[in-house]
Write a protein that binds this ligand. Structure first.
Ligand SMILES: NC(=O)c1ccc[n+]([C@@H]2O[C@H](COP(=O)([O-])OP(=O)(O)OC[C@H]3O[C@@H](n4cnc5c(N)ncnc54)[C@H](OP(=O)(O)O)[C@@H]3O)[C@@H](O)[C@H]2O)c1
Length: 178
């Protein structure tokens, strides 16, 4: 079961500001929807609150240390291994082979060592922000595809869809033993 990190990242590594996305990129929202549809999606509580609702057509698995945190239509997990175990079960039931980890910064940092692939929207500008994607080490990650895009309607800047595969073995991860 592959763990894929899906993120939009500015030139300076920023992914968010004030618990929101610091840009308007409709094309990336469509890209996100396409790549996550029918799959389990793991996110941190703050990202869930910034979205404000479960992701339609996907299983929304929210990581939180708060045992009292709950909301209709989501699965809450007390730590990342539990979230990935729940995601793995969901993916098997759905017959899909991918778990998507969709942020935010805390969750990306913890999931990066477990990931098999990264799908990054490179946002071609520097922005102020308080949430960052971890650095992508070229000794570990090999770029396998790149598609440069000019802004379409409701896109404020140009961007590129970039795929990476792990060039070295991922950290051992057995969700069923978590
Ligand atoms: N550009 C992008 O692609 C993208 C994607 C997603 C999010 N974002 C942005 O990223 C920002 C949010 O990122 P963030 O780092 O502040 O928050 P986050 O990663 O979304 O959520 C952090 C929360 O997750 C829970 N958590 C984290 N590690 C945990 C662990 N090991 N065990 C249990 N719970 C754990 C905690 O929830 P509790 O406090 O409830 O314990 C923590 O407060 C926002 O600005 C958002 O817009 C950007």
């Amino acid at each position: 079961m592959d763990i894929v990190l899906l993120a939009a990242v500015a030139k300076n590594g920023v992914i968010g500001r004030g618990n929101a996305l610091p840009w308007r990129l409709k094309s990336d929202m469509i890209h996100f929807r396409t790549l996550t549809m029918g799959k389990p999606v793991v996110i941190g509580r703050k990202t869930y609150l910034s979205i404000g609702k479960p992701l339609k057509g996907r299983t929304t698995i929210v990581v939180s240390r708060d045992p009292g945190f709950a909301a209709p239509g989501i699965v809450v997990a007390p730590n990342l291994p539990s979230a990935l175990a729940a995601a793995r079960g969901d993916a098997l039931r759905r017959g899909c082979d991918t778990i998507v980890v969709a942020g935010g910064a805390e969750i990306y940092a913890q999931a990066l060592p477990l990931a098999a692939a990264l799908v990054i929207t490179e946002v071609h500008k520097r922005v102020d922000g308080d949430a960052l994607f971890p650095s992508i080490d070229p000794a570990i990650w090999r770029e396998t595809a790149r598609s440069e895009r000019e802004p379409a309607a409701d896109d404020e800047v140009s961007f590129a869809f970039v795929s990476y595969e792990r060039a070295t073995a991922a950290a051992e991860h057995r969700p069923s033993a978590a």
